[in-house]
Design a protein around this ligand. Structure first.
Ligand code: GDP
Ligand code: ZN
Length: 313
């Protein structure tokens, strides 16, 4: 049973079930059922029908009341995009849909592996969603950042056109720098375990626990909030999606095309290589390699591309 927002007493309250079909957004999905929010902000438990399919967190749906007084998802509206993660077997798994932004969280501890930021940026690019590079634990970055890491290259990222925001959940500069990217938008947090995603969600959503309680679905086996993707409401009105384990197993294998497209500074050279199927490696007449050699493309980015290319083939 869903508790209305603001009720932390744990008592189950009866739901008003509108007689007419209405539109809602899925905020949490549990197997064959989920919790959807209507336009007025009210939460509704709903069940899925095999014929319609299983909606994901972020899906816009049409809900219909049945004769048994159960709300069912009668329609899933077309998605603007699908955000996927890799599972243990490196297969793509959709976790959320209709996103505006992805906050790629990295931190000095645990240190990102080499090329990790590039892999994240390429993956977000391939999904057609805007990335924000969030440097968490900035409080641990006093002094000169370690060389040849994303932390020493923040200005390079900014010059490439990426939004880069340094934050800390434990000290200066706090998390306010993120606010501008969260308003009126649906955003998802990604990054490896330990970089501070839960801490960020806690800092940004003062009533996170209350919302979690209202969106948890109780079954005989207990609640499943620790394994479920949940869409939270931010005080500013935006939405923040927190999904356990997103990209913890790494990313799916990318094609050479996907990879090159994700290195956005290669764009001006597209179509300029001698061979139309050039992967910008050792081919003669490669415009990208030439641009890297003469400094128009950052050498460290090109080297990163080459390493990722090797891993993808
Ligand atoms: P998650 O696995 O990405 O959700 O990371 P957590 O939010 O659980 O944070 C992992 C650890 O990093 C915890 O011990 C946090 O207290 C710590 N942590 C999170 N944010 C910061 C920060 O901004 N600065 C410092 N120094 N520690 C942080
Ligand atoms: Zn080329």
């Amino acid at each position: 049973m869903v508790k209305p927002a603001g009720d932390s007493s744990g008592t189950a309250t009866a739901q008003a079930r509108p007689a007419d079909p209405f539109d809602a957004v899925i905020r949490a999905s549990y197997g064959s059922q989920g919790i959807a929010e209507d336009r007025s902000g009210q939460q509704h438990e709903c069940v899925y029908r095999r014929s319609v399919g299983r909606p994901y967190c972020g899906d816009r749906v049409r809900l219909e009341n049945t004769e048994q007084n159960t709300l069912v998802v009668a329609q899933i509206y077309p998605r603007r995009n699908e955000f996927a993660r890799a599972d243990r077997m490196q297969r793509k798994q959709v976790v959320a849909t209709n996103l505006d932004r992805v906050l790629i969280v990295i931190a000095p501890q645990p240190a990102p592996s080499r090329d990790q930021a590039e892999r994240y940026l390429v993956a977000v690019h391939s999904l057609g969603i805007e990335p924000v590079l969030v440097i968490n634990k900035a409080d641990l970055l006093s002094g000169e950042p370690p060389a040849d890491t994303p932390f020493s290259r923040l200005d390079d990222y900014r010059r490439l056109g990426y939004a880069v925001v340094e934050v800390s959940c434990k000290g200066e500069p706090g998390v306010d720098g993120l606010q501008a990217y969260l308003q009126q938008a649906t955003t998802i947090l990604v990054g490896q375990s330990g970089v501070g995603k839960s801490s960020l969600a806690n800092s940004l959503i003062p009533d996170l626990e209350l919302q979690t309680g209202a969106l948890s679905h109780s079954t005989g086996k207990g609640t499943h909030t620790t394994t479920t993707t949940i869409m939270y409401t931010l005080p500013s009105g935006g939405r923040l999606i927190d999904s356990p384990g997103v990209w913890e197993y790494g990313l799916w294998d990318m094609t050479a095309d996907e990879l090159a497209a994700g290195f956005i500074e290669f764009d001006p050279y597209r179509g300029q290589c001698r061979f139309h199927n050039c992967v910008h490696h050792t081919e003669p007449g490669c415009a990208v390699a030439a641009a890297a050699a003469n400094g128009e493309i950052l050498q460290w980015r090109y080297n990163s591309y080459l390493r990722l290319l090797q891993q993808s083939t």
